[in-house]
Design a protein around this ligand. Structure first.
Ligand SMILES: C[S@@+](CC[C@H](N)C(=O)[O-])C[C@H]1O[C@@H](n2cnc3c(N)ncnc32)[C@H](O)[C@@H]1O
Length: 647
């Protein structure tokens, strides 16, 4: 049974909780006890042929039979697959691969035995159609042979996931952390170990990390790196008395779609608490799972998390902004109330109280859609008791149909004139005091607001007001393994084979950033202001940025840049998605992601230098980007060859 619902309901993924079990050759009983004890799945050793002592015994080797001089294979080692039903195996059991396995041992015999055992156990788990196997932590400083074996396995694995067990550890001594023998005695950063491993396995989408949470935690910045990694599983040893930091970490991981596994023996005389009062197995069968209080505690932490904000439950599919309906736009009441506030302030500045009943302000909504900004402007006029005349300019003829019926329905005919045309070509009958538009993309200028408003500026009075009056784009470097993998299927070969493969790595994606680690504060990229002296400025831009990733983060891997915008509508009224100033509960925009063809590895203390260009041609506008420090990346999207917006 999943961990229940967060306050206010959580329509996203369920959070499951498993339990790591000791070796038990009675698998049906082991499963039944744990599932009835409240867990969703067990992590279990799959052998039936030898005892758990054998696994612990460093001298243990799989039994091999030589059937000719060149080949050897292990004797059958597991129990029958019939002890559980196929659906029990696939839904409730995660295979635990023998922990003695050491694929990079100096001892050649141990290394070879390890290879045989690993392949044999994974083959058996595949035969059982398990969803996942938990792999032992790499031992020692090297993981090359382990990664080589896993690559061989991953190539023919079917759909099973492999979870590599990694302890959450980092020495706070950064000089040691960045030295090549990073996993040497006493000095380690386990993220480095994971990073080498997944690079050797080319970010394989079936390889995830199973993070072992130990009692002491490294610094917050270094822990945050893990949020950009795929599928977490935390080993919540030490419940139910977690420190405040551990509680925060657990809930932060919940926000990054992890699963939890509780492991080890109960070590507490469990105090009776809120979590205990809910369910009590004693009432049902006189038996209570020894780790039930720990499970209840995890469920309690999950359920008491803040409700998801309204917008996350409305969440439209934002992969394709253009496909989003006007209907969805119009649900974003926060956006329109910000516009209404801005128009109200502009009206009051434009017309004094004394002139309020005699002067009519001319306001043009350019890109009116189905009319919500017309409504917001009329409400602002009513609120400020100013007289208003509106031109609603819209190029989409289908939206114009709805706009006409809205004006009729609301009885606005006297005050609103609908103009069905492109604002860049319209010959306005008079000039406007206020020009209202909402042509912003997730990166501010990426939906060509600058070019459209340059065209519309002709019919704004010299001293007229543009709402928005300016907007700025922002970027920050991110670890985004999942996003990178989503782009990567088009890029399976190390050498780009065709234009199509390249295209996917040179395109910016509008995405909800769930599993990302934001490695540095955002920095502004391009700013546009309106109205502008068009004889002096162009819409081309270039910006070089230097990001200093906090040194206690340790090393990191940058998969690309998250992009945002902030717009000043008028004076102090703003609207935007830049994380530190984002307008609460506004859901019209998700961030944009600019990928890097090859992830960039950044060591502590090394600056990350990135360059962004906004380029304008006669028919299109596009961005180009590259990294120059710590190492040079390729130039992305030269001449807008992969991604552009047509004028
Ligand atoms: C992001 S939508 C906003 C619609 C509406 N104002 C709202 O806030 O719900 C932008 C609108 O501007 C229109 N538009 C874009 N470029 C335009 C142009 N050059 N001339 C006229 N309308 C344009 C689009 O068709 C679309 O209806």
């Amino acid at each position: 049974m999943p961990l229940g619902e967060r306050y206010g309901g959580d329509k996203s993924e369920s959070r499951y909780c498993g339990v790591e079990t000791d070796f038990d050759d009675d698998m049906p009983n082991l499963l039944s006890l744990n599932i009835h004890g409240g867990f969703d799945f067990v992590i279990a050793t799959l052998h039936a042929g030898f005892s758990s002592d054998a696994q612990m015994d460093p001298n243990y080797r799989p039994s091999l039979v030589d059937d000719d001089t060149s080949r050897s294979h292990a004797l059958p080692f597991a129990g029958s697959d019939l002890v559980l039903s196929p659906s029990q195996w696939s839904s409730h059991v995660v295979g635990k691969i023998s922990s003695w396995i050491d694929l990079d041992s100096e001892d050649e015999t141990l290394r070879k035995d390890s290879e045989i055992a690993l392949k044999q156990e994974i083959a058996w788990a595949s035969h059982l159609s398990l969803q996942a196997c938990l792999l032992p932590t790499p031992k020692g400083t090297s993981c090359a042979n382990y990664a080589k074996c896993l690559n061989q396995i991953l190539q023919n694995l079917g759909s099973m996931q492999l979870w590599l067990r990694i302890p959450l550890e980092k020495s706070e001594d950064d000089t040691d952390a960045s030295s090549p023998d990073f996993m040497g005695e006493g000095h380690n950063d386990s993220w480095e170990l994971w990073n080498s491993f997944r690079l050797l396995c080319e970010h394989h989408s079936q390889l995830s990390v199973a993070l072992d949470i130990l009692s002491s935690l490294p610094s917050a910045s270094s822990v945050a790196r893990w949020f950009g990694e795929p599928s977490f599983l935390t080993n919540a040893r030490g419940y139910p008395c977690l420190s405040k930091r551990q509680q925060r970490l657990t809930t932060a991981f919940f926000d990054h779609s992890i699963q939890i596994v509780i492991s080890g023996q109960p070590v507490h005389n469990i105090p009776l608490g809120a979590s205990e009062s809910n369910v009590d197995n004693n009432a049902e069968g006189g038996w209570r799972h020894p780790l039930k209080s720990y499970l209840d505690y995890v469920a309690f932490l999950y359920q008491k998390m803040d409700p998801l904000p309204e917008q996350e439950r409305f969440e439209p599919l934002m992969d394709n902004l253009e496909a989003q309906t006007y209907e969805t736009f119009e649900k974003d009441t926060v956006k329109y109330s910000q516009y209404q506030r801005a128009v109200a302030k502009a009206l009051v500045d434009r017309v004094s109280d004394e002139n309020a009943s005699s002067v009519t302000t001319v306001l043009m909504v350019v890109g009116a859609g189905r009319g919500p900004l017309v409504r917001a402007s009329l409400q602002a006029a009513e609120e400020t008791e100013r007289k208003l005349k509106i031109y609603a300019v819209e190029k989409n003829p289908n939206a114009v149909v709805t706009l006409h019926s809205l004006v009729k329905l609301e009885g606005w005919e006297e005050r609103v004139t609908i103009v069905s045309c492109d604002m860049r070509n319209w010959n306005a009958p008079e000039k406007a005091d206020i020009l209202v538009s909402e042509l912003l993309g997730s990166f501010g200028d990426n939906e060509l607001s600058p070019e459209c408003l340059d065209g519309a500026q002709r019919f704004l009075k010299e001293d007229g007001i543009s709402i928005p009056s300016s907007y700025t784009s922002f970027i920050q470097p991110v670890t985004a393994c999942k996003l990178y993998n989503d782009v990567k299927p088009w890029f399976l070969f190390p050498h780009i084979k065709s234009h199509k493969d390249l295209l996917h790595f040179e395109t910016a994606y509008v995405v909800k950033l769930h599993r990302v680690a934001r490695l540095a504060h955002t920095q502004p990229v391009f700013t546009f202001t309106h109205p502008e002296d068009l004889s002096k400025t162009s819409n081309q831009r270039y910006k070089k940025l230097r990001f200093d990733i906090p040194s206690d983060t340790g090393s990191s891997l940058i998969h690309g840049f998250a992009g945002y915008f902030d717009a000043t509508l008028y004076k102090d009224v703003h609207l935007g998605i830049e994380p530190s100033t984002a307008t609460p509960n506004m859901f019209s925009w998700f961030p944009i992601f600019f990928p890097l063809r090859t992830p960039v590895y950044v060591q502590p203390g090394t600056p990350l230098e990135v360059h962004f260009w906004r380029c304008c041609g006669s028919t299109k506008v596009w961005y180009e980007w590259c990294v120059t420090s710590p190492s040079a990346s390729a130039m992305h999207n030269t001449n807008g060859r992969s991604y552009w917006v047509g004028l």
